[in-house]
Design a protein around this ligand. Structure first.
Ligand SMILES: *[C@@H]1O[C@H](CO)[C@@H](O)[C@H](O)[C@H]1NC(C)=O
Length: 350
């Protein structure tokens, strides 16, 4: 995996704030993921029990945690099944293309189901029973989903996928939670595609709470960046990945606008450090689009600079801000604005 070879340069202030993320998702404990993991490992008296931990974190120990900082190799379910990148028999015509048009495009769906109990009985008898779901049947049913309209939003498509999962025996009696990913490989102009991720817990079907996220993968943007003299002479590519978490229903088609803004913000800058650029980008994205259209969303950005360290794929920095932090930083910034694209004349090192 390419990601495994990356050198991550986490700035103290910009460090990916997993703990804030998880603490928010855990009304029961308010403890950070790390603290919980540590107490589990330590096994001290009254330590948080792993089962209890799994219940409390049912809605976040999905593969999506791989996007939000779940420790490598951590299980995403007790027992479960998944189907990755399934194509539909009839194209569902969901989502917008790079120009924001409601056009047909390739669309792949992945589902991961986490079960209420272990599939021990299926394993004992070596046959498929009520303790698991037949992934072949599930895949067939998902592939057969018929488009409801000429065009539908990604949210509507995810609804249909979710309903199909619940309608596939043994249904909600078995499935505790699911994660649905809709991947649109052609929906990004300069990147590797757009993925919509929806995590739902069926514990309380009435209020089946869903968490929605957009991921813009590896958007390649040339810009002037770096402290070395040679870096001041030409633009170099940055590989930018963006995650927007906590989307409201009906806001998923914002990705063409998000990518356009991302490029418009980053391309004309001339910062010396990725860290300044990261903070600038987050501030600008908030001002230009999040504040207006995605005010409950948190943001995670990764910047990779492939030309900076010749014997590594790339160094990278990351920044993560919750919706509350975005709002309060915007307030601070109104008081002391930073100058965008500041061109400082310095004797650069050669
Ligand atoms: C689906 O395919 C895309 C493109 O190859 C890939 O980036 C993505 O990780 C795949 N999704 C899953 C869930 O494996």
């Amino acid at each position: 995996m390419r990601a495994g070879c990356l050198v991550y340069v986490f700035l103290r202030l910009l460090i990916l704030d997993v703990s804030a993320h998880v603490a928010r998702a855990s009304p029961h404990t308010g403890l950070s993921f790390e603290a919980l993991t540590r107490s589990n490992l330590g096994g001290s008296p009254g330590a948080y029990n792993i089962e209890r931990y799994r219940q409390d974190f049912a809605d976040i120990y999905f593969p999506a945690m791989a996007l939000t900082g779940r420790p490598y190799g951590e299980p995403w379910c007790k027992d479960g099944i998944s189907v990755r990148n399934l194509s539909f028999a009839i194209s569902p015509q969901a989502g917008c293309d790079v120009w924001g048009r409601q056009k047909e495009q390739p669309c792949l769906v992945s589902v991961s189901l986490s079960f209420r109990s272990s599939y021990t009985s299926a394993a004992r008898k070596d046959t498929l029973d009520e303790s698991t779901m037949h992934y072949g049947i599930l895949a067939k049913r998902l592939r057969a989903i018929k488009p409801s309209n000429d065009w539908q939003s990604i949210d509507q498509l995810a609804d249909a996928v979710s309903q199909t999962i619940l309608d596939t025996p043994p249904g909600s009696g078995l499935v505790k939670a699911c994660q649905i990913e809709v991947h649109l490989p052609k929906a990004s102009m300069l990147g590797d595609g757009v993925t919509f991720i929806r995590s739902t817990s069926f514990d309380n079907v009435a209020s089946a709470a869903a968490r929605r996220m957009l991921h813009l993968q590896n958007v390649r943007i040339p810009t002037l960046i770096g402290v070395n003299a040679h870096e001041r002479t030409r633009k170099q590519p940055l590989i930018v990945s963006l995650w927007i978490d906590g989307l409201q229903y009906g806001t998923s088609e914002t990705y063409p606008e998000l990518e356009t803004e991302l490029v418009d913000i980053i391309e004309p800058t001339a910062f010396e450090t990725l860290e300044s650029l990261a903070v600038h980008t987050v501030d600008q994205l908030y001002e230009r689009i999040l504040k207006r259209k995605l005010s409950d969303a948190s943001i995670r950005l990764r910047f990779e600079k492939p030309q900076a360290i010749i014997f590594a794929d790339a160094p990278a920095i990351e920044i993560y801000r919750t919706a509350e932090e975005l709002a309060s930083e915007a307030q601070d910034q109104r008081e002391t604005p930073i100058t965008a694209g500041l061109q400082i004349i310095k004797p650069y090192a050669t």
